[in-house]
Write a protein that binds this ligand. Structure first.
Ligand code: CMP
Length: 911
């Protein structure tokens, strides 16, 4: 006695709604996968577009037209089953039990076998070798009889080739609490049908075995659970759990129940509801059990295999470049492939279930009439796209009967009159993975063979695919390509654009075109800051001479200045962590040694002496030497700027700590050291200038990150070059290595050509709702991003300082730019920022541009992270002030300075 479940276990695939008749009908009209020429078999997702039609038609359809109706004839009936003989069933040793093997591999006795063979199914007949399945063709083409000669006969009968379903060695997992006689009979029945049997005794063991089988892609096709009593095993629970286990939603589950269960249906229905496909009654009769099992193999497991073949065909159809639409007999759209979406410029949900009349301008009555009389249509129809544009299409309509003789579906196959596919070319192209990505190479493995005529190329591509290399960007591109498989035409187009950008070089590099071209100051300044020096190289004049900058022989002559215990300095330094700290006053009262004083204060506050395990005097000497290597003649890039950046760094570290984002002591120390040294030996000219003048530094660093490379290198050259100033000398090797790497990374991060790259990365990690630690980045990677942003913001924080300081910094940088322009003019060099000409420059405009393009977003991102609203407030006040000056025509340095109250006692460097 058997109670069958609904074939609910088939749901979840697009083939779910197919009747078996539908499946059989399919065999007459496939061929798409071959026509598409893509690796359909590798893609299982995406084909399930919701169509409930078991019919296919593609390029092959054209040639098939004349045979189409023939194809609708019922398939050739399979020959009757061949009676099995006793001698054909002596193959029970096939089973490879992995668990409790000893109890299962007992060969069946002759008598048992004789009893069991009378009515058993046929697939084990024919002398099949133990553990070896017969030709897959047999199962595929002759569902009721798998002997080779029958297969050949049927193949001859088939007008159109079919796709063979997979035919793996079937594996059965038996979950029996104990190996009693029932368990033995089930085992023997399985072995009789050449199933590879594994026996387990508990739910845990069963799930572990299933997990392993999934992990090794060796899933079980059949699971038989002992459901006779809930004492040993809770079959209902096991079935439910299995259904929720990865890879087992389609596995066939059988429950062996007590005979008495079949008298009241509650228990059986509960089992079926839990995901069991069929309940069978316990029996010690091997024949009965074997027949039950054979029926299960035929009625459940084989259809699953056939269904999986349909999935491959759906995938092929989905990828087809030709437009294929399938309607039901009343012309409601049941299926549309992706080419249809592109043609109509509509999403699938806008197409499916709609009356066909919605997309055709032409009268369709002829088609439906002809459909009823089972004739084909071949002619021109006007198709209406989403934008109401009408286009003529050559349409072929083939009626298909799935059940009975009346057509149940109509297959529409479109192309352009005259065969020109130019129209399609103007639409978004099929979603191929970007060229060059490993994904594209993998997906197009068939194409590789056909396109690459020379074997060498083929081999190298094949090698490429097997390399375990995949950049994160490739992963992103692959993921997006996967998304494209199933999205609407509009979304696919957008993703195309995204992919286009992702494939470009310099992902995070700013694009000049985004800068307003009618704003020459912004164009000049931002262009000079954000683009590499190469843009200027073509403008280099031939008579440029090599100049030497800096003085790298100062080390020996530096004598650390005696620090005066000046109460005014000490009082000022009390405020050294405040955002409105007066760095210019410190510059003045320390006699232009702000870095030494501020540096010592910061080192003391953040316990750097202890962290580096170094004497205070070494630190003092180090600061003095570093300060001495800042050029006093620079109006902006002097040691006051270094002290200012160090002060901002200290303020940020303090704020981070107050927000429970404490940096470790070494990170604090390295951040302060990097800040102090980040512009050391700056020549007061930009990298572009150095490149244009063939400066030795530009030659040394190949025009790349010239100044920042120099600042980092000279920092270590000076530090390691003199034991008296070597602040790292007591660090162990590993700690030193890591500290050095952090300092170099931070100094290099101040290079403005990579400004947007750093900002974008920071925002993508910290601007996210998720906790940074939940993102792909490691903790170390996120802390690197944070440190880079910290020093960058500190470096260009001057527009977010209180207004009088902001204006003074603007004056200093403008003056330094002017001096560069002066020299460029004088030496007939390319002028990097022509607008920074002291005679004509508008300082407010330059500051407005600088804030708008560089500072604003960064400050908001940083404030969002660190929570220092005073940065934003100051920046906004300054911005309004610059706007006001601009409106008032207060442009030159002189005009602006005339409006300011005195700041400190201006030095020669700040005049
Ligand atoms: N207020 C400002 N106005 C214009 N440019 C600035 C200003 N502050 C900093 N900069 C530029 O930003 C750059 C940051 O890196 P540098 O310190 O090498 O050089 C800096 C200057 O070129």
């Amino acid at each position: 006695m058997i109670i069958s479940s609904q074939p609910a276990n088939l749901s979840g695939t697009s083939s779910a709604h197919m009747s078996e008749e539908g499946v059989e009908s399919d065999c007459s009209c496939v061929g798409v996968a071959v026509a598409v020429g893509e690796s359909a078999a590798t893609t299982t997702a995406g084909a399930g577009t919701g169509a409930g039609v078991g019919l296919m038609m593609g390029r092959a359809a054209r040639q098939m037209q004349t045979h189409a109706m023939e194809a609708e004839k019922p398939p050739t009936p399979p020959p009757p089953p061949t009676p099995a003989t006793a001698t054909t069933t002596t193959t029970t040793t096939a089973a490879k039990t992995t668990t409790h093997r000893a109890s299962l591999t007992r060969p069946a006795s002759e008598s048992e076998l004789l009893v069991g063979t009378g009515t058993s199914g046929t697939s084990s007949s024919g002398g099949g070798r133990p553990g070896h399945r017969k030709s897959s063709l047999a199962l595929a083409l002759t569902p009721e009889d798998d002997s080779m000669d029958v297969y050949q006969r049927n193949l001859m009968d088939l007008k159109y080739p079919t796709v063979l379903p997979p035919n793996p060695q079937l594996k059965a997992l038996l979950v029996f609490h104990k190996s009693d006689s029932i368990c033995e009979v089930v085992t023997l029945a399985c072995q009789r049908h050449q199933l590879d049997v594994t026996l387990v005794k508990s739910k845990e063991e069963a799930l572990e075995t299933l997990h392993k089988s999934y992990a090794t892609a060796q899933c079980y096709h059949l699971i038989i659970i002992d459901a006779r009593s809930t004492k040993g095993l809770d079959a209902e629970h096991i079935a439910r759990t299995i259904r929720h286990t990865h890879g087992h939603h389609l596995t066939t589950i059988i429950a062996v129940c007590k005979k008495s269960f079949f008298e009241k249906d509650d228990a059986l229905i509960a089992l079926l509801d839990a995901g069991v496909n069929r309940c069978i009654a316990e029996t010690t009769n091997l024949t009965l059990c074997s027949v039950e099992l054979k029926q299960i193999l035929h009625s459940i497991i084989r259809p699953h295999n056939v269904m999986s073949t349909q999935q491959a065909l759906y995938t092929a159809l989905h990828r087809l470049k030709e437009v294929v639409l399938i309607t039901d007999d009343v012309l409601r759209i049941q299926y549309a492939n992706r080419a249809t979406e592109r043609l109509l410029n509509m999403r699938l949900d806008e197409i499916i279930s709609k009356p066909l009349g919605d997309i055709f301008v032409s009268d369709l009555s002829t088609i439906s009439e002809q459909g009823k009389s089972i004739k084909e249509f071949d002619g021109i129809l006007m198709v209406r796209r989403k934008n109401q544009e009408s286009i003529p299409m050559h349409v072929r309509v083939v009626p298909v009967a799935c059940i009975g003789s009346a057509p149940t579906h109509l297959i529409f196959n479109f192309d352009i009159p005259g065969g020109g596919m130019d129209f399609i070319a103007t639409l978004p192209q099929p979603k191929e993975a970007p060229r060059g990505s490993l994904h594209s190479v993998r997906r197009c493995s068939f194409d590789v063979r056909s396109i690459a005529s020379d074997g060498l190329r083929r081999t190298s591509l094949a090698k490429l695919t097997s390399l375990p290399l995949e950049a994160p960007i490739t992963k992103i591109i692959n993921l997006l390509s996967q998304v494209q498989e199933n999205c609407s035409a509009d979304e696919a187009r957008l993703i195309d654009k995204v992919l286009d950008f992702l494939k470009r070089e310099g992902l995070y590099s700013p694009q000049m075109k985004e800068i307003r071209t009618d704003d020459p100051i912004a164009t000049d300044l931002i262009g000079a800051l954000l683009t590499g020096p190469s843009v200027y190289s073509s403008r280099r004049s031939s008579n440029d001479s090599i100049i030497r900058t800096g003085n790298s022989t100062r080390t020996a002559t530096i004598v650390p200045a005696k620090m005066k215990a000046n109460p005014i300095i000490m009082e000022l330094l009390e405020e050294s962590l405040k955002w409105d700290f007066d760095i210019f006053k410190l510059e003045e009262i320390t006699d232009y040694h702000p870095l030494l004083y501020l540096g010592m204060e910061m080192f003391r506050r953040f316990d750097v002496f202890a962290t580096l395990n170094i004497d205070e005097n070494v630190c003092k000497a180090w600061l003095a030497v570093i300060e001495a290597h800042y050029h006093k003649s620079n109006t902006y890039h002097n040691s006051t700027h270094a002290a200012d950046v160090m002060q901002a760094t200290g303020a940020f570290i303090t704020q981070l700590a107050s927000k429970d984002m404490v940096m470790d002591r070494m990170d604090e120390a390295t951040a302060l050291i990097a800040a102090a040294a980040h512009d050391v030996d700056h020549p007061g000219r930009s990298s572009a200038f150095l490149c244009n003048s063939n400066n030795p530094l530009a030659i040394l660093y190949n025009d790349l990150t010239v100044l920042e490379s120099h600042h980092a290198a000279i920092t270590f050259k000076l530090t390691l070059g003199d034991d008296k100033i070597n602040i790292f000398k007591n660090l162990d090797k590993e700690t030193y290595k890591s500290a050095r790497s952090t300092i170099i990374d931070m100094i290099l991060a101040t290079e403005m050509t990579r400004h947007f790259e750093h900002l974008a990365k920071f925002v993508s990690v910290f601007g996210n709702e998720m906790e940074p630690r939940e993102l792909v980045q490691s903790e170390e990677e996120t802390s690197i991003l944070m440190r880079r942003m910290l020093i960058k913001v500190a470096d260009v924080s001057n527009p977010a300082r209180p207004m009088q300081y902001c204006i003074e910094w603007a004056r200093r940088i403008a003056e330094e730019y002017f001096m560069q322009t002066d020299e460029e003019k004088q030496r007939h060099m390319p002028i990097v920022m022509p607008m920074f000409d002291r005679a004509t420059c508008s300082i407010p405009k330059s500051q407005i541009g600088f804030i708008e393009y560089i500072i604003q977003d960064m400050m908001h991102a940083w404030d969002g992270f660190i929570d220092m609203p005073e940065l934003i407030t100051c920046m906004q006040i300054n911005y309004s002030q610059w706007k006001k000056y601009d409106e008032q025509g207060v442009n030159t340095l002189a005009d602006i300075m005339a409006k300011q109250p005195p700041v400190g006692n201006k030095s020669s460097s700040s005049k």
